[in-house]
Design a protein around this ligand. Structure first.
Ligand code: HEM
Length: 455
């Protein structure tokens, strides 16, 4: 509606949308302490077994408890180092998979929606559950039936989590499920429980045996181990089974990285100069004798600018995860009553003509500075990891996942359009901001054969 800040009244709730970076900073930086709540919604309640994970928690004490665990235990430096091998194996698996697809006899065409989404899902399953596939079967290099089902369920989850649901604003309608949200959310939960629960239960049994027998425990090998191994003062499991099941790590890094890499590649296919600059940077920083590694990311400033530009121009979600005002306060001269839902508009910020020159053009150069380029954007001129107390605690891991996906695809392969395609169609889908059609390109290996045979 071309306004910096907008307030709608939905039922008894004020919903405020913000598209000005200055006002966004007033909300999430200057007065962040007033906006540490999250809304209670039907879907977020179901997905978090009663608001039991950090990102969806609505009660202050639960949020603080779970956020401390995510920040200090899950994202600890020690675990980050221990899981480096797993992350590297997934990055190796990515290029081995694309290479195998090229040689599989369908003319080298690669569906990048499939590749990027399944890379993120494989990565996150490895880090959280310790396994890439639910059932290892030879021949399913990237995704079998269960993995496809898992990815579909996770994407549905992120769409419905704070998607508009009538009964969230008109509680008298709870139970009627007029828009079908409850049915979809319950279906998602049943798929996730079928796939996750056996792994979680087996692992809980393993750790309870350690405790019972007083055996020395092994180091946590993945995020699930960390959650189960935490103990209270009496040496008992700290988290309840529901708190363990409710974790957001499984869905936190699936939508944004895969979407940003698809859009960046799509834009770059229509702008060969940008593509060439990115490939030149990789050749200069890494060369062609070895594969790009996480330790190279700090030097890949042009590639990071491309991803920043994708986050700015093509966010996956139209709005950030909502915040709720925990007290009456005043922002930009407007009274914001306690209980107001605050949504930062990702498009309103990222495509704001007052903040960006030629906002609809994909121009990575706008992010280049004299220093290192960072995917975080604490000035909130667009949203990547957001800011403030409820900002994302995993910017470093999120950056590694996104950049390894992007850099490996660019370093490992030369990409071309399909025959008879002049330009990549950059149209957005009708009901969301993703590419209307999956990005399908032709890939050709650009490194020595031995580099694709990594294990
Ligand atoms: C590229 C990847 C990622 C992006 C772009 C991203 C982005 C975000 C954003 C925009 C928020 C909302 C912040 C707000 O309300 O202001 C958020 C919250 C959160 N993210 Fe991430 N995230 C990523 C990966 C991850 C990963 C891998 C994890 C966990 C291991 C994670 C854990 C969380 C948690 C726990 C919160 C909730 C924080 C709170 O409510 O206090 N994120 N993330």
């Amino acid at each position: 509606m071309g306004t910096d800040i907008l307030c709608l009244r939905l039922g008894a709730t004020h919903v405020v949308a913000v598209s000005s970076p200055e006002i966004a900073r007033e909300f999430l930086r200057k007065k962040d302490a007033m906006f540490t709540g999250r809304p209670a919604t039907l879907a977020s309640n179901l997905f978090s077994y009663g608001y039991k994970c950090a990102s969806l928690a609505i009660q202050e004490h639960k949020w603080q408890k779970m956020k401390r665990i995510v920040a200090a235990e899950i994202l600890s430096l020690a675990l980050d180092r221990r899981l480096h091998v797993q992350r590297q194996q997934e990055a190796d698996h990515l290029i081995r998979y694309v290479y195998a697809e090229i040689n599989a006899g369908h003319g080298g065409s690669i569906n990048l929606r499939h590749v990027t989404q399944h890379f993120c899902a494989n990565m996150i399953r490895r880090l959280v559950l310790g396994k890439r596939h639910f059932s290892e079967s030879p021949g399913t290099m990237m995704a079998g039936h269960h993995e496809v089902e898992h990815v579909q369920a996770l994407f549905t989850l992120v769409e419905y989590m704070y998607g508009f649901c009538l009964s969230d604003y008109f509680p008298a309608l709870v139970g009627f499920d007029l828009d079908g949200h409850e049915k979809v959310a319950k279906r998602v939960i049943s798929v996730l429980e079928r796939l996750h629960d056996p792994i979680i239960q087996e692992r809980m049994l393993e750790w309870s045996n350690y405790r019972r027998k007083g055996c020395s425990k092994r180091d946590a090998a993945d995020f699930l181990d960390v959650l189960i191994s935490l103990e209270d003062a009496d040496g008992q499991q700290l988290l309840s089974p529901e708190e363990i099941k409710a974790q957001e790590m499984l869905f936190a890094a699936i939508d944004n990285p895969s979407n940003a890499v698809q859009w960046a590649l799509a834009e770059m296919m229509n702008r060969p100069r940008i593509m060439q600059k990115a490939v030149d940077e990789l050749d200069q920083v890494v060369g062609k004798e070895r594969l790009v590694q996480e330790s190279d990311i700090c030097k890949l400033n042009y590639l990071k600018s491309c991803i920043r530009e994708a986050f700015r121009l093509h966010p996956y979600h139209a709005f950030t995860v909502p915040r709720v005002a925990i007290q009456d306060t005043v922002i930009a001269g407007y009274t914001i009553p306690k209980g107001t839902h605050v949504l930062l508009s990702r498009i309103g910020l990222g495509r704001n003509a007052k903040a960006w020159n030629e906002p609809l053009q994909f121009q990575p150069e706008r992010h280049l500075t004299d220093g290192d380029v960072d995917l975080t954007e604490t000035d909130l001129r667009f949203i990547s990891f957001s800011a403030g107390r409820r900002g994302c605690p995993a910017a470093s891991l999120g950056t590694s996942i996104t950049m390894m996906l992007f850099a490996r695809l660019l370093q490992g392969f030369t990409w071309a359009k399909l025959p008879r395609v002049d330009r990549i169609n950059l149209q957005e889908a009708r009901n969301s901001l993703v590419l209307a059609e999956p990005l399908v390109l032709l890939a050709k290996p650009r490194l020595g054969e031995h580099l694709y045979e990594v294990n």
